[in-house]
Design a protein around this ligand. Structure first.
Ligand code: BTN
Length: 309
């Protein structure tokens, strides 16, 4: 989105504003302001012009301007009705030097999950990828996956669904999967170049439309009515922005939301399998498992919650 359009949206979100004040603030002509307002009306905003100036009466349900309107986080928004994969698009943007961008799509035709699995992404879900350039050593990067899981869980809980986190980054309701996260990064040994966290969240979907191989659920199924995806995405981005510089808070809230801790688990990584009771998570996101009284730390792997004895 063009910089001036974003600033018009930010000014409108703060309340009624006159065309003259907007033109002064942005350093553009009144005619240019009028063009931006007209473009927003065409995008579905209802904007009244009264004695106090322009006032937004309603915002479209979803889309680039709708997501940017009132967003209290510094991410530029790029929206697509349809795209192959938001992670793939974020990688392209990373190659151009971009940072602090979120790519959002209504549906993906080639969504990817962890372990290179396909990720079903029909219209109605929340499919997004956040590209950012943290100034941290490469070894710290896993904490951003946990931060994204915590941010998504917080947004989902605000929408009334008590999701928990399964290590490292699945959102569950009971034993059914609600969301997953795919993190990609590039960097030298000592410094991260960029990180992409891709979040796939079954929002306004019928779980019957999702592949049957794993039990899945959606916000719509859990709530009994559709969720406002615009508000959900905004809360998720704002929570992620708060957490990305605060690893201690990430781990504290992760522990609070986790359903893995205290459970018997089996973690598989390549040909290594660790089975025992999950007792803690440590920076930058490793799981600590009690195996017959001995503490084993696992940095990555596929985690299975085992039936309680
Ligand atoms: C998982 O396997 O649990 C992770 C799924 C991640 C899916 C999201 S949807 C948005 C982004 N784009 C992709 O292609 N994948 C991620």
């Amino acid at each position: 989105m063009q910089e001036t359009r974003r600033r018009v949206l930010d000014a409108l979100a703060d309340g009624p504003v006159t065309g003259t004040a907007l033109a002064d603030e942005l350093g553009v002509s009144r005619a240019a302001v009028w063009k931006h307002v007209e473009a927003l009306r065409e995008a579905g905003f209802e904007i009244e012009s009264g004695a106090d100036g322009y006032a937004v009466r309603s915002v479209p349900a979803y889309g680039e301007a709708a997501l940017a309107y009132g967003l209290e986080a510094p991410f530029a928004v790029e929206y697509h009705d349809e795209i192959g994969s938001t992670n793939a698009r974020a990688r392209e943007l990373a190659g151009t030097g971009a940072g602090d961008v979120v790519v959002v799509a209504d549906r993906q035709t080639g969504g990817r999950g962890r372990l290179d699995r396909a990720w079903a992404s029909p219209s109605g879900g929340v499919w997004l990828s956040i590209l950012f350039r943290p100034d941290v050593p490469t070894a710290h990067a896993p904490v951003f996956t946990l931060a994204a899981a915590v941010a998504a869980a917080r947004a989902v809980r605000e929408a009334g669904v008590p999701a928990t986190i399964k290590w490292p980054n699945d959102l569950l309701v009971g034993d059914r999967k609600l969301a997953g996260i795919l993190t990609e990064m590039e960097g030298e040994a000592d410094r991260v170049e960029w990180v992409i966290v891709g979040v796939g969240l079954n929002a306004n979907l019928d779980p019957w439309d999702l592949p049957a191989e794993r039990p899945a659920t959606s916000l719509q199924a859990e709530r009994g009515d559709p969720v406002d995806r615009r508000v959900l995405v905004q809360r998720l981005l704002e929570a992620f922005d708060d957490l990305r510089d605060d690893p201690d808070a990430v781990l504290d809230v992760w522990r609070e939301y986790a359903s893995t801790l205290g459970r018997r688990v089996r973690v598989t990584a390549g040909d290594r399998t660790v089975e025992g009771e999950a007792v803690d998570v440590t920076f930058p996101g490793s799981l600590v498992i009690d195996v017959d009284g001995e503490r084993v730390t696992v940095a990555a792997g596929d985690c299975e919650h085992l039936r309680r004895a």
